[in-house]
Design a protein around this ligand. Structure first.
Ligand code: AMP
Length: 170
């Protein structure tokens, strides 16, 4: 299926100069949404994945659906102050300023093989911080997976040796 036609470009959102990749047309198309999940389930079927780690908040949409389809656990990575139990924190650089992400300290067991999943890979700061969180918690990142990769922003460089996969590239 041509998923690109279901991604809407929204110029100057959330601020001037950013072209926002809006996934809501894809999500409301039941065949397309299902096909994305089936495609990823097939890709990761024999990769011995134990859990899916997804980032707030659009990562949760794909992560929850894929976790139930694959029969593996789902682990949320959230902005500070949202997770109720003991957390690890990682701070990363934004264009202007910094941001922090958290994961529950007991969410991952030593040796777990985790799939990191988000909707968009842009500059890579979010994904790199998430990978560090998984590793601090004792897990191994089998692959970092994105529905959309904005290759021109070079986020792939920040992921270093972590394998990377994306369905749609710009
Ligand atoms: P980054 O840390 O720069 O890779 O940004 C990744 C996060 O920001 C992801 O969780 C995306 O949902 C969101 N994001 C960044 N740029 C865009 C964009 N152009 N369109 C949609 N979402 C974006």
């Amino acid at each position: 299926m041509d998923f690109k036609r279901l991604i809407r470009d929204v110029p100057d959102f959330p601020k001037k100069g950013i072209v926002f990749k809006d996934i809501t047309p894809l999500l409301k198309d039941p065949k397309a949404f299902q096909e994305v999940i089936e495609h990823l389930a097939a890709r990761y079927k024999d990769k011995k994945i134990t859990s899916i780690v997804a980032m707030e908040s659009r990562g949760f949409i794909f992560g929850g659906a894929l976790a139930t389809r694959m029969g593996v656990g789902f682990i949320p990575v959230r902005k500070p102050g949202k997770l109720p139990w003991k957390t690890f924190q990682e701070t990363y650089e934004l264009e202007y300023g910094k941001d922090t992400l958290e994961i529950h300290q007991d969410s991952i067991a030593k040796g777990d093989r985790v799939l990191v999943l988000d909707d968009v890979l842009a500059t890579g700061g979010t994904a790199a911080a998430t990978i560090r969180l998984v590793e601090r918690a004792g897990g191994e990142v089998a692959e970092a997976c994105f529905i959309i990769q904005l290759s021109f922003l070079n986020g792939q460089q920040k992921l270093k040796s972590t394998p990377l996969y994306s369905i749609i590239q710009y």
